[in-house]
Structures are given as structure tokens and as C-alpha cells.
Write a new protein. Structure first.
Length: 1124
């Protein structure tokens, strides 16, 4: 066949220009049909193969689900019974179907029972040089007729491609690899999906996802049903809003990851917040302990000696200054004192010479006064002793004194006997008081420790292990006590008391890994453990793990097998504690090794043992397991009981102590009172009266001698002056003596101390200077020993405080590390849980999180929510708005095309719609408005960003939820088509003549015409754009047996609609329709089929419309004669 002349219309629109078939249905061999760009009519008798050529083109152009083979046989558009013609039938060449002797269907094939192949080639040309040939090849390599055994090859070639070239491929037994290697310029998409994607891009179909479905539907052109649903589902593409929503969700996934990353970094920073400071304290406290401990020895002594030498030097300087000052004043003070003394002596001598008798009386008076003072002093002592005895003290009565003195031995004896009687009782009470206070204090301390501890091991043992761990560097978790890994098995709690007694010693055994045994063993051997310490070295265990026998003590225990030492310990427990558990002592005789529920143990050799020491029987002293609740409750009860016992014993001891002290006081008072043997030495009343009498006589004498009074007054003034001046000189003289002696001592001390070491390193001196400054003391020579004690005490306190700080810091660091490991073990720089090993790593990790990770995570999170997420949500909203606008714009464009062709005389068909906005889309837009409004107020505020994220997350959950309500919401928001209700309007100018909502409501011809107009409009909507003046970029439209129910007028109107919209029509129709379709096509191909005994075969040839008219007239004439 010759190729039609080059076209000059519809340039830029792809149209079919060539259809090639090889072995397709009843078309055997190679057939080549050149197609006029104005369209083609495949005509011929019924069953000749017209639809086979349409199906051949469908195989190349349409995906499998849109191919609709033998569409002319369809009864209705949707829901009708499908035809049974398949690709396999076409490849095999099915030509007849009969029933066999069993009334079963029997299909006859032209190419059955052997390998065969078929190929379809369709060439599309846009009139501007872009030519593509699409080829689909199907073949059977065996004798199967089932489509599952059929192979497929898709090929796309630029320009024309001749299917006859495939003969070489078939001759090589379908060597596809060879074919592809020899045709490298062609494309061979591996699947139909990829083939279709590439084909639609080549021939102008890529802008619409529904265009292919419409082309398949148009091929049958049957009833389209509800017009609104048809337009919505077939004319309107699924909007881009769904893809935009996926892009929005794609932006949310990394945002959510960024949020979780920032949230995780923030949580990690919070967990490790106090760790760096605690780690610093932990390290510095170790330095403080080491430094203060080191300085307390020789270094402190040298430092204090240095301070002493400084104090000596300063004091010697002060003495030199003072000696110089004294030398300047002491001479004048001596002269003044001597002159005053001479004046006083002269006046005293003059008075003495004038009144010797008065002088004698005064001397006697002075003697009596002295005697009275001495006696009164002794009497006060005596009265004190007597008062303590509870006796009445004699006053100015010698007989009473003698009477009391006679009774003193009896009083002393009675008091001594009472003291001797009370002493042992009091000592016992004091011991009980001390023991009760000690027991209460220890229990209270253990309770306080247990409230924050995770182990039942006593505090002293815990402290000992901490000490060993800190000094050896072995992690505490690697040296547990056996009891920490042992507990009572479920359901065996009644055997706990017996287990506590039997396992007490073994439970307190520390388990040391073999790799640490040397360092631990050496440390324990070199140091005082301050108590008993047993430890076992944990060695490797064999794969065979013995199980404890039932009803043995070992079987009633649970071992922590998750611990590295668990398997070794389980083996030891099984071997060591195979005691058979019995209910009572009567049952012990039956076994060599057994234990009762009350804790009586039978050992080998008929040896029995029961340990009921309080530290084993009280729940407050249990050590097995890690449940501190029961032990804490028992301890609380013990502490309360011991507090009462402490109070009772203290009260009893206090009463006895007071009684003993009273008895001792009585005894001592009687002894002291007995030392006073004479009343005369106590009688101060008699000399007092004598002195008083002499004073009266002296007063009388003086009152009668005026000269004597004047001299005595002058003498008294002179004496006062002398005493004052002498005192000044004497004090100065004494000070000179003292300072010179002090100077000598200091010089000797300085000389001696300078011979001893007194210098320290500058770093040590600075540290001790700081300690010294904190004491608020002044270093003097006399106070140097106190300074030494104070400095030593301060260093000791620093060591104690540092140890306490170190312990607290250790616990804080350990707690932070363990909390981190509980949540983020995979991110931990060290997962051993050992503070010394991992503390610095975690401090560095915290610094990295705070300085880099968290800021970077927050910056990324804030940037993504501001620059990616919220804009993508806003873009989705704009996409929804644009999709609605695009629908209305394209409907207007389609309506413009529909106005170019009359629907009925003087009328045109228009696509109309009503719109409504659902509550869901309103809610979505309100959410977007809130997000946009809040986005403007974020201002680098992390809390606001988090709140914004929560709003975003809530919205994203609506888009990702899978429940039916969420899916309805999502569809309402994204599918803007749901907001439109479409219908057809037949208009005359601006007047609506008729409204169409369902094509099935019309007559057959009207229905076909309305379907044609709707399909034309839908295809124009999907295939046209502004650049093509509403004409499709792909123009080939297949119509198989269309307009079978229409008269010529309806058919012509329908065809004119397709023609006006710019389609190239491929029509399969009987010859009688040739006159109707002639104005709308450029070529006719007459298909005929000849049936021979070996099968039916079809052929096609060009035919003129005149030739077809003659046949049509002949058929009509024959039909008329037959009816006559």
C-alpha cells in the first residue's frame, strides 16, 4: 500500500499513520496498512475481522485493563457480560468454536499445537518530523494455549519500523537477547507499565492519567450512565493534590525525625545535666583527698615550722622596739619612785615617834582581823562538807562541833557502803545504755542507707567494697557479693529463714573475676580490711550445667543468671547446698545432709547445728536478694523498738548514776569534814569580836588628837604617791626582765628551728595558705601548737568533706550514666556503668550534646518546620485552590469547543456544574491559616516551635490515619472533584432547552449522540491545552461499531463533534455506514474473510467510497427484493 500524502493540518498532533500486524487472529502472515491522517474506516461483512484490527491497535496503545477486545460485542458500558476474546486467542488464531461429543467447548486455532508468534506495530506522526513506532510482540515457545505461557516483548523505535525484520528473530527461536543487541537504537521497556509510561510521553498522552481509559471507553462508545460520575471519573484527572499531599508527608517524615532527634538530644542533655559538675567534683575530690592526706604529714610540719619562724622573727622585731622604748623611760621612773618613798618614810617615822601606844593597838587589831579571815575561810570549806552530808553545820558553838565530829565515822561508813553497793549496778546500767544506743544508731544508719540502696548487704560491707573498687579500679558491678545474686525462688518464701542461716557466710563472700584477682588480692593483703572478708575467684564454667536435685535447698534458690558470674555461682550453689529440705527434726535422720524449715542443719558424722543469733534470725538482717522493701520494714520496726529500749536504759542509768554520785559525795564530804579536828581553827566569831573592840578603842584615841590626824592624812597621801610611782617603775622593770628573757628564749628557738626543714613546694604552700586563711587565726609563737592542730583538723575535715563529696558525686554520675544507659545504650560512649571508666566520656558527650548536637538538631528542626513543612502545607492548600480553578478553566475551554458544533438544530451542549465546600475542607483551611499565622510569631522561641510542630503533627495524623473516617476526611480535602456536581445543558444562546444528568434516559440514537458529545468533551478536556486551541495533542480515536442505534442525522452530528474537536477517527463499521462516515475520514479499508477446510483467513484492502456505495446499494437492493 502507498503512504498517503504528507498532511498540512493538525500539525503537532500525533496521529496513526501505519498499522502492521503479523499473525493476528485470522490475519495470517504480515499485513501492512497505511492510515490516512484524516482517519480510516474498517468495513466489511460481520465477522470479517474489522474489530480484530481495532483490537490490534488497542494492544499497542492501551494498557491491558483498558483494551476492551471485541468491543462491538459489548452489551452495555459497565456491568455487562464481558466477551471472552483474549490475546492468546489472537496469537493462536482462534477461528471457530464448537462442542465435542461431550458437549464441551472445542476451539479451533489456525496456529495451534506449535510455537508461534504475533506482532503489532503502530506508527504515530505529529506532522512535524516526530515519528514513533510502537511494537508489541507475543509468542508461545510451546504448544500451550493458556495466556500464562505466553511471552511478551515491547519495543519503541524512532521513525518507521518494518515488522518483517522480526522474521530473523523468529527463525532464531525467539532469541530476544540477540534481537536487542542488534537493535540498540530501539527501546525495550521490561514491563507494560514502563512501556506505557514511555509511549505516552512520546505521543502526547502524558499530561492526563485518564486519557487512555477514555480512549478505551470511546472504542465501545456505549452508555456512560450517570453524567456527573462519568465527568468526575473519566473527564477529570485525579488532581495533583494527592501527589502534593504525598510530597507534604514526605517533608513531614524528616521533620518528625528532626523533632525526635532534637527531643532525644534535649532529653539526653537533661539526663546528663548535672553530670559534668558532679564529674568535676568527683575528680577534684580525689585530688583533694590525695593532697590533703599527703600534706598532713611532714609537709604540714615544715609549713607550720615556717610559720613559726616568721612569727619568731616578727616577735623579735617587736621586742627590739620595746626594749629601746623601755630604756628611754625606766631611769626617770626609778628616781621619782625613790623620792616619793623617802617622803613617805619620813612621815611614817614622825608619826611613830609621836604615838607608840596607838601603834601597838593597831598591830593587835590587824592580827585579830587576819586570824578571823583565816578561820572564816576554813569554816566555809567545813560548812560545805557538812551541808553535802545533809547535816546542820555548827555556828559559834564548839559543843555542837564536837558532837558532829563524833558522828562523822558512822556517816562516812554508811556512805561508803552505799557507794560500794551501787557501783556494780550502775556500771551494768551504763553498759546497757551504751549497748542500746549503739544498736539503735547502727540500725538507724543501716535504715538510712537501705532507703537509697539496691542491695541488702550491710553498709560496712558495701563501704568496704566501694573502697576496694576505688583503689583498685575494678568496677563495683564486677565484684558483687554472692547474696546479691541469690534470692528465694518463687513459691518458696517459707524457706527464707533457713536459707538465711545456712547461706549467711557464703552470701557475704565477694565474687572476684579471674582477670582482676591479682590486683584485688594484693590490695586486700596489704590493707586492714577492718573485719572479716571472704572472696572467691570466679573461673570459667563448663558447658554442662548441673541442676539442683528437687527438694534441696539449692532448688529453692533463684540465681541471677543474667549476671556474668551467674552460671558459675549457680554451679557452686548446686554443689555446696544440696541439703535436703525437711519439715521437722524427726525427718533429719533419713539423710546425710539436711535442713529443717526452722534452720536446724544436719551435717556428716551426725553433727547438728542451729544458729539463732539475732543477726541471722531478724528480717532486718536478711541479705539474700535485692528486695529491700521487706528488710526496710523490718528495720523500721527494729529502729522503733531499739529507740524505746534506748530511752528506757538511758533513764535507768541516769537514776543509778545520780544515786552513786550522791553516795560518793557523802563519803567524800565525811572524809573531808573529819580532817577538821579543832573548833578553834574554825571559830572566826571570837577574833572578829576582839578586833571590833580594839577598833572602837583606836577610834576614841584618834578622835582626841588633831595633830596626829593631820600627820596621818599627809602620810597616807605620800604612801599613795609612792605606791603609784613605784608600781609604774616596777612594772616597767618587770617588763624589761620579761622581754629580755623572752628574747633569749626566742633567739634560741629560732636557732634551733632554722636547723630543721621549714620550706615547702610553692604549690603546697599555696594550698596550705588557703587552708590557713580559712581558719581566721593568727600564727604566733605561743599559739603555734594550736595552729598545727587546727591546720591538721582542717585538712582532716577537707578529706572527710572530699570523701563525702566524692561519694555523692560518684552516685550522681553513676545515676546519670545508668539513666542514660536505660534509654540510649546504643548511643552511650561506654556501657559498662563504671564511673571511673566512662565518667569523662559522658562529660564530653554532654558537652558535645549541649554545644553541637542539640543546637544543630534544633536549628535543623526549626529550619525544616519554617522552610519546608509549613510552606509545603501552604503549597498543598494552593494546589487545592489551583485544582478547582483549573477544573473550571478547562471546562470553559471544553464548552468553547462544544459551541463550535450544534447538538441539535440551533442548540449546543454545555458542561455545567454546581460547587460546594465541605466542612472538612473548611477545617483544613482553618488549620493552615493557624499554622501560617503562628509561623510569623515563632521568633526563634524553641517552645513556640514545638507547639507549631504539635499543630503540624495533628494535621499530618489526619493525612496518615487509616480508619474509614480519616480516609473520608482526606478524600474530601484532596479530591476537589467531590466539590463539583456536573450535568449537561442543551442551550439555545443563553436559554437552557434541556438538562441531561444520565445518558440512559434518552432514546437509542439520542443516547449515542449524547455519549459521543460527552466523550468528545472528556477527551478534549484531558488531551487538549491552551497551546492547541482546545484540540488534543493525540488525535487518534477508535470507534468500534459505533452509532448502531442512530439515524443518519444523529450519527452525523456525533461524528461532527469528534471532527470539530480535532480527532482522527478509526472506525470499524458495516458497509451500510460508509456514506455517513465518509465526510469525517480520508480512507476506507475493506476487510474480507475466506473460510477453507483448514480455517478462516482475513484480508484487508483499500476501497474507494464509490466502490463501497455500489456494494451498499447492492445490499439495499437485495434486501428490498428479498422483502418483496
Amino acid at each position: 500500500m502507498t503512504r498517503p500524502a504528507n498532511r498540512s493540518v493538525h500539525l503537532g498532533q500525533f496521529r496513526l499513520t501505519r498499522l502492521q500486524v503479523v499473525n493476528w487472529g485470522t490475519f495470517c502472515g504480515y499485513k501492512d496498512f497505511r492510515i490516512d491522517d484524516r482517519g480510516v474506516l474498517f468495513t466489511g461483512p460481520s465477522g470479517s475481522g474489522k474489530s480484530s484490527l481495532m483490537d490490534a491497535h488497542s494492544l499497542v496503545l492501551l494498557p491491558t485493563y483498558d483494551q476492551r477486545f471485541n468491543a462491538s460485542a459489548d452489551l452495555t458500558a459497565r456491568g455487562s457480560k464481558r466477551n471472552t476474546r483474549t490475546v492468546a486467542d489472537y496469537v493462536r488464531g482462534a477461528w471457530s468454536e464448537t462442542n465435542d461429543e461431550n458437549e464441551r467447548s472445542q476451539v479451533r486455532y489456525l496456529r495451534g499445537g506449535e510455537p508461534t508468534w504475533s506482532a503489532i506495530g503502530a506508527t504515530y506522526d505529529d506532522g512535524r518530523g516526530a515519528v514513533t513506532t510502537a511494537v508489541v510482540i507475543k509468542w508461545f515457545t510451546g504448544v500451550d494455549n493458556d495466556g500464562a505461557a505466553m511471552s511478551t516483548l515491547h519495543q519503541l523505535s524512532d521513525g518507521d519500523f518494518d515488522l518483517q525484520d522480526l522474521n530473523a528473530w523468529a527463525e532464531r527461536k525467539f532469541d530476544t537477547r540477540w534481537w536487542k543487541q542488534t537493535h540498540t537504537a530501539a527501546q525495550f521497556p521490561p514491563t507494560q507499565d514502563q512501556y506505557m509510561k514511555e509511549l505516552v510521553k512520546r505521543i502526547g498522552l502524558s499530561k492526563s492519567r485518564t486519557a487512555l481509559a477514555l480512549l478505551g471507553k470511546a472504542k465501545a462508545m456505549k452508555n456512560v450512565g450517570d453524567l456527573n460520575l462519568f465527568i468526575r471519573d473519566n473527564m477529570l484527572d485525579r488532581p495533583d493534590t494527592f501527589a502534593d499531599a504525598q510530597r507534604m508527608l514526605a517533608a513531614y517524615t524528616p521533620l518528625n525525625d528532626a523533632y525526635e532527634t532534637a527531643k532525644r538530644a534535649n532529653a539526653q542533655a537533661q539526663v546528663l545535666r548535672d553530670l559534668p559538675e558532679s564529674w568535676r567534683i568527683y575528680r577534684e575530690s580525689r585530688d583533694t583527698i590525695d593532697r590533703a592526706t599527703t600534706l598532713r604529714g611532714a609537709t604540714l610540719e615544715r609549713y607550720v615550722r615556717g610559720r613559726l619562724l616568721v612569727a619568731i622573727g616578727k616577735e623579735l622585731d617587736d621586742i627590739d622596739d620595746e626594749v629601746e622604748r623601755i630604756d628611754g623611760v625606766i631611769g626617770g621612773q626609778k628616781a621619782d619612785s625613790d623620792a616619793a618613798q623617802s617622803t613617805y618614810f619620813n612621815l611614817e617615822l614622825e608619826i611613830s615617834n609621836k604615838n607608840q601606844n596607838l601603834r601597838n593597838l593597831e598591830d593587835r587589831q590587824s592580827a585579830f582581823e587576819s586570824q578571823a579571815v583565816a578561820a572564816k575561810r576554813l569554816y566555809r570549806q567545813y560548812s560545805g562538807y557538812v551541808t553535802r552530808l545533809g547535816e546542820q553545820c555548827p555556828e559559834d558553838d564548839g559543843d555542837a562541833f564536837e558532837s558532829l565530829r563524833g558522828r562523822l565515822p558512822v556517816l562516812e561508813s554508811a556512805a561508803a557502803a552505799r557507794s560500794a553497793e551501787l557501783t556494780p549496778t550502775t556500771n551494768t546500767a551504763i553498759g546497757a545504755e551504751y549497748a542500746a544506743a549503739k544498736a539503735h544508731g547502727e540500725s538507724e544508719a543501716e535504715l538510712i542507707r537501705l532507703r537509697s540502696a539496691k542491695s541488702l548487704i550491710p553498709g560496712s560491707a558495701i563501704d568496704r567494697r566501694v573502697w576496694i573498687s576505688s583503689e583498685t579500679g575494678v568496677p563495683i558491678t564486677e565484684i558483687p557479693y554472692a547474696a546479691e545474686l541469690i534470692d528465694i525462688a518463687d513459691g518458696q518464701e517459707r524457706w527464707r529463714p533457713a536459707a538465711e542461716k545456712v547461706l549467711r557466710s557464703y552470701g557475704m563472700r565477694m565474687l572476684v573475676p579471674e582477670r582482676h584477682k591479682d590486683v584485688v588480692r594484693q590490695f586486700i593483703d596489704r590493707n586492714d580490711m577492718r573485719g572479716v572478708l571472704e572472696y572467691s575467684v570466679v573461673t570459667a564454667v563448663s558447658a554442662h550445667e548441673p541442676r539442683p536435685m528437687p527438694n534441696t535447698l539449692a532448688a529453692k534458690l533463684a540465681i541471677d543468671r543474667d549476671h556474668p558470674h551467674g552460671r558459675w555461682l549457680a554451679d557452686q550453689i548446686t554443689r555446696r547446698f544440696s541439703h535436703v529440705c525437711v519439715e521437722s527434726a524427726r525427718d533429719l535422720d533419713e539423710y546425710k545432709l539436711a535442713v529443717t524449715v526452722n534452720g536446724t542443719v544436719k551435717l556428716s558424722g551426725n553433727h547438728y547445728r542451729k544458729d539463732d543469733r539475732p543477726e541471722l534470725t531478724s528480717k532486718s538482717t536478711y541479705i539474700l536478694g535485692a528486695n529491700t522493701v521487706a528488710k526496710r520494714k523490718a528495720l523500721e520496726a527494729d529502729v522503733e523498738e531499739l529507740a524505746g529500749k534506748k530511752e528506757i536504759t538511758a533513764e535507768a542509768a541516769k537514776g543509778l548514776r545520780e544515786q552513786l554520785e550522791e553516795a560518793k559525795e557523802h563519803r567524800d564530804a565525811a572524809e573531808q569534814a573529819a580532817t577538821f579536828v579543832s573548833w578553834k581553827e574554825l571559830d572566826f566569831w571570837t577574833p572578829t569580836r576582839a578586833a571590833s573592840e580594839l577598833g572602837e578603842r583606836i577610834k576614841e584615841i584618834r578622835s582626841g588628837n588633831v595633830d596626829l590626824q593631820r600627820l596621818e592624812a599627809k602620810r597616807d597621801r605620800a604612801k599613795e604617791t609612792h605606791d603609784k610611782l613605784y608600781g609604774v617603775w616596777h612594772r616597767t622593770q618587770q617588763r624589761m626582765t620579761d622581754v629580755t628573757q623572752r628574747q633569749t628564749v626566742l633567739v634560741d628557738m629560732q636557732s634551733a628551728e632554722e636547723q630543721k626543714p621549714h620550706s615547702v613546694e610553692e604549690e603546697d604552700r599555696d594550698y596550705l595558705d588557703a587552708v590557713y586563711a580559712s581558719l581566721d587565726l593568727t600564727a604566733t609563737v605561743d599559739a603555734i601548737n594550736n595552729l598545727r592542730r587546727q591546720l591538721d583538723s582542717a585538712l582532716e575535715k577537707r578529706v572527710g568533706a572530699a570523701r563525702a563529696d566524692r561519694q555523692v558525686a560518684h552516685e550522681k554520675v553513676r545515676s546519670a550514666i545508668m539513666r542514660f544507659l536505660d534509654h540510649w545504650r546504643d548511643s552511650a560512649p561506654d556501657d559498662s556503668g563504671d564511673v571511673d571508666r566512662g565518667g569523662q566520656d559522658f562529660a564530653d558527650l554532654h558537652a558535645d550534646i549541649v554545644k553541637r548536637r542539640l543546637p544543630e538538631a534544633m536549628q535543623r528542626f526549626e529550619k525544616m518546620i519554617s522552610e519546608d513543612m509549613v510552606p509545603s502545607i501552604a503549597m498543598l492548600q494552593r494546589s487545592i485552590e489551583n485544582a478547582a480553578t483549573e477544573i473550571e478553566r478547562r471546562v470553559a475551554m471544553v464548552n468553547a469547543g462544544l459551541r463550535r458544533v450544534e447538538f441539535n438544530a440551533g442548540t449546543h451542549l454545555q458542561i455545567s456544574y454546581t460547587t460546594s465546600q465541605s466542612a472538612d475542607i473548611k477545617a483544613f483551611r482553618a488549620s493552615v491559616d493557624t499554622l501560617m499565622r503562628k509561623a510569623a510569631a515563632l521568633k526563634n522561641d524553641p517552645e513556640k516551635y514545638v507547639e507549631q510542630f504539635k499543630r503540624v503533627k495533628a494535621l499530618m495524623m489526619r493525612f496518615t490515619a487509616t480508619d474509614p473516617a480519616a480516609e473520608r476526611w482526606r478524600k474530601n480535602v484532596l479530591d476537589v472533584r467531590n466539590g463539583y456536581v456536573f450535568y449537561g445543558r442543551e442551550v439555545d444562546g443563553e436559554t437552557t432547552r434541556h438538562t441531561y444528568r444520565n445518558t440512559a434516559s434518552n432514546s437509542g440514537g439520542e443516547q449515542e449522540k449524547l455519549v459521543a458529545f460527552c466523550l468528545a468533551a472528556a477527551l478534549s478536556y484531558n488531551l487538549a491545552d491552551d497551546e492547541t486551541d482546545a484540540r488534543p495533542r493525540f488525535g487518534t480515536l477508535m470507534l468500534d461499531e459505533a452509532f448502531s442505534k442512530s439515524d443518519e442525522n444523529f450519527s452525523a452530528q456525533a461524528l461532527s463533534a469528534f471532527d470539530e474537536f480535532g480527532f482522527q477517527l478509526l472506525i470499524a463499521a458495516p458497509i451500510r455506514m460508509s456514506g455517513i462516515v465518509e465526510p469525517y475520514i480520508g480512507q476506507a479499508i475493506l476487510v474480507e474473510k475466506r473460510t477453507d477446510p483448514d480455517g478462516a483467513r482475513s484480508h484487508g484492502r483499500s476501497a474507494t467510497f464509490g466502490e463501497l456505495a455500489d456494494q451498499r446499494f447492492a445490499e439495499n437492493d437485495g434486501a428490498a427484493r428479498a422483502s418483496a
